[in-house]
Design a binder for this molecule. Structure first.
Ligand code: GLC
Length: 724
């Protein structure tokens, strides 16, 4: 491959080299003359947002057979959680804690997208999402770098397969490099002030996992990283991405992120922006045209040299060769399979089912007892909207095969049970009380009330941030009024983020968190509500009590004055005048308990699990050795179920303060009632390593603690000592 790339590069004119650096927009389903001419001249390396197969075929034909060197085009599109068949949003896919499910969803999306000629997607998004106010938490895999890395690597494998030259392989894109999730105040595009150790120990690991999984491309972030926007940040793009991680694919800017360097105030104009981005290591410019307009002059003036351009082009040609594009057959528009293949829809239902997190199930209200049930009241706009349940980032999503909760429940209950549906509000954000009374009346008359509430899709995704992440509109009052009828209540939450629900669920018997579950979401939710499937989802994000706790995450530092049950004081318990120093003096808020409403990793099943006999193979671990951790898991309930066994690690004393816990392993384990299984994990030195004061990944000798259990508060503990 290197010889092929070197040979091709040696035959390219300067104009043809600069052409490869340009990603231009499609022209909506036809081949505009200007675009055809540019492709014929070799002035275009990639096209974004063209999805019409005939148009893509024509453009590829021109590139391959009418340009001088026949270099094929990268055809890019945001295929984030499905192409025509929409799977749960990535945050929901993370809630499956099932890398195989994420890989399968990506594979099926790749099959649908490559069928029309797309060969590059801008996913997986690997940004660490610890601030629920940020709209793009919907598009990521949650708050934990290890879980994000496992899911991101699975998505890369699914999109690209282990042979990216396959005609149905889609180049993946690890984005947004780097630290975009730390946008201040959860406001999109805002500054990210990330200290160097936090950058390398929190935000970088998911990208290391994606590069190790062979991701072909990386996208720069819009954000300003401690004063140098990522798109002009050589420390990120050269020192860390190329030198530390060994990435040798292509780096593409985000949309217009190059000219935005001037908006940021880093450069004075497009010419300086193009120079800054090229010098920092951005190979391809998405949508904007500063490279096309200014690199020729910058080259002529010697401000950019040919070696720099050659390196940029080499990265791009490498990706095209690795994708087999020089030999990949052109797509046949007549052979594009219809969307909604039964197997794909079935997979979308399976992934959605695994994504559902049962947060509460008082009196075992769920699964609904269909033998005794006579009437059900179903409430909520989201229960009857095939579009909203798809969630954000679905440019090409189709609803013609969508199944809503209302449709699935009606079909599942049949005629034996009366199902009355009331919308309950105009939409989740409404405050007009339209339909409120009718919904409460329906609930009062029913044996059980199922409320499907939360956020409509527009409230999450890019640039859709919320300063208050509680339930929108009047939904909290709707829940309270329905609870007041005395009818048992099930609340199903559809949302693109962790919502702050303290107080909103008072009196609710059962709570199922469904994220935005995709085209088969309604069917999956009813499968679980009616007991045809047991819930196995676990939280990929800590659920806050109130917005003011955010950013909120389990892997926090201990601090010098950690809150303890003894020192936590709620303001409501302070009576009269008390001495200044008599309250608290540790790290907590007076008005809200410092813990999440539900912790990272949490989720119930329809059965119960117990953990026994945690044991480690070594209490003293020498460098280079591996450590085996074993625990016995029991299903102590009367139904089959799947537990997600989680292993957390802590390095209590190190040259940098370390998080109180960090997820290091997890496994989904299905057990029949009464069954017992020994679950083992193997840890190596690299699992103990972190980026130290000198930015070197190393494991430091000393004691390590580990916990194994069903969420981040696991109590079963063991320890061992790493010795030199
Ligand atoms: C958007 C997003 C990026 C996306 C790109 C192309 O602004 O930031 O994630 O892939 O532009 O749509």
């Amino acid at each position: 491959m290197e010889a092929f790339v070197a040979d091709l590069l040696s035959r390219m004119t300067r104009e043809e080299k600069l052409g490869q650096l340009q990603q231009v927009q499609g022209t909506n389903g036809h081949v505009a003359d200007h675009l055809a001419d540019a492709v014929r001249r070799g002035a275009v390396g990639s096209i974004i947002n063209e999805v019409d197969p005939a148009t893509i075929r024509s453009l590829q034909w021109i590139a391959r057979h009418e340009s001088r060197l026949g270099i094929p085009l990268l055809i890019g599109r945001d295929v984030i959680h499905g192409f025509h068949t929409v799977f749960p949003i990535p945050l929901g896919q993370a809630a499956t804690w099932n890398p195989q499910a994420v890989e399968q969803a990506a594979r099926l999306a790749a099959e649908e997208a490559t069928a029309v000629g797309i060969n590059w997607t801008f996913a997986p998004m690997l940004d660490v999402g610890r601030d629920a106010r940020w709209g793009r938490v919907a598009e990521g895999y949650g708050e934990d770098p290890y879980l994000i890395g496992e899911m991101g690597a699975a998505a890369v494998r699914g999109f690209q397969t282990d042979d990216p030259t396959r005609p149905d392989a889609l180049a993946a894109c690890a984005k947004h490099f780097m630290g975009y999730g730390a946008s201040e105040a959860g406001k999109d595009y805002n500054s990210t002030n990330i200290p160097p150790h936090e950058l390398r120990n929190v935000h970088l690991p998911p990208f290391r996992a994606a590069v190790d999984a062979g991701v072909l491309t990386v996208m720069t972030s819009f954000s300003d990283v401690d004063g140098i926007p990522a798109t002009a940040n050589a420390t990120l793009l050269r020192d860390i991405l190329r030198d530390d991680l060994g990435f040798d694919g292509l780096v593409v800017s985000d949309w217009d992120a190059v000219p935005q360097l001037t908006t940021h105030g880093l450069t004075a104009d497009d010419r300086e922006a193009a120079l800054a981005a090229a010098q920092a290591g951005v190979d391809m410019e998405m949508a904007s045209r500063t490279y096309a307009h200014h690199l020729p002059a910058l080259l002529a003036e010697g401000l950019v040299d040919d070696a720099t351009i050659d390196a940029m082009v080499r990265h791009i040609l490498r990706v095209k060769v690795r994708l087999g594009l020089f030999d990949r057959p052109l797509v046949d528009p007549a052979a594009v399979p219809p969307s909604g293949a039964p197997a794909t829809l079935a997979a979308a239902r399976d992934v959605a089912r695994d994504s559902l997190v049962l947060l509460r199930n008082a009196h075992a209200l769920l699964p609904l007892d269909l033998t005794s049930l006579r009437s059900v009241a179903l409430v909520g706009a989201l229960a009857d909207d095939p579009w909203e349940q798809l969630g954000t980032w679905i440019f090409d999503g189709r609803t013609d095969h969508a199944v809503t909760v209302r449709e699935a429940l009606a079909a599942r209950l049949g005629d034996a049970v009366t199902l009355r549906y009331e919308r309950g509000h105009t939409h989740p954000r409404a405050r007009d009380r339209e339909g409120h009374a009718a919904a409460v009346a329906a609930a009062a008359a029913a044996d059980v009330a199922v409320l499907v509430l939360g956020e409509d899709a527009i409230l999450s995704g890019e640039a859709h941030c919320r300063a208050d992440v509680s339930l929108p509109g009047d939904q909290r009052a709707l829940i309270a009024d329905v609870v007041a009828t005395g009818t048992p209540v099930v609340v199903v939450i559809m949302a693109g983020r962790a919502l702050a629900l303290e107080g909103a669920l008072d009196g609710v018997a059962a709570v199922l968190y469904a994220w935005h579950p995709g085209v088969m979401g309604g069917a999956a939710i009813v499968d679980v509500l009616c007991g045809d499937a047991s819930p196995s989802g676990r939280l990929p994000v800590s659920l806050p009590r109130v917005t003011g706790q955010v950013p909120l995450y389990y892997a926090h530092k201990r601090t010098g004055k950690p809150a303890t049950p003894e020192t936590i004081v709620h303001e409501s318990t302070i009576t009269g005048r008390v001495p200044q120093l008599s309250v608290g003096n540790t790290s907590f808020h007076l008005d809200v308990h410092p813990t999440p409403l539900f912790p990272f990793g949490y989720g119930l099943s329809y059965t119960r699990f117990a953990y026994e006999q945690l044991r480690v193979s070594h209490h003293t671990l020498r460098r280079g050795e591996s450590l085996t951790v074993a625990v016995d898991l029991l299903n102590t309930g009367d139904r089959a179920g799947t537990e997600v066994v989680q292993l957390y690690l802590n390095d209590p004393v190190a040259s940098l303060t370390r998080p109180v816990r960090e997820l290091r392993r997890f496994a989904r384990v299905a057990l029949a009632p009464g069954a017992r299984q020994t679950v083992t994990f193997t840890l190596t030195e690299s699992d103990l390593a972190f980026s130290n004061r000198h930015h070197r990944r190393t494991a430091e000798a000393g004691v390590f603690h580990l916990w194994v259990g069903g969420d981040a508060t696991a109590e079963l503990h063991a320890s061992f000592t790493l010795v030199d």
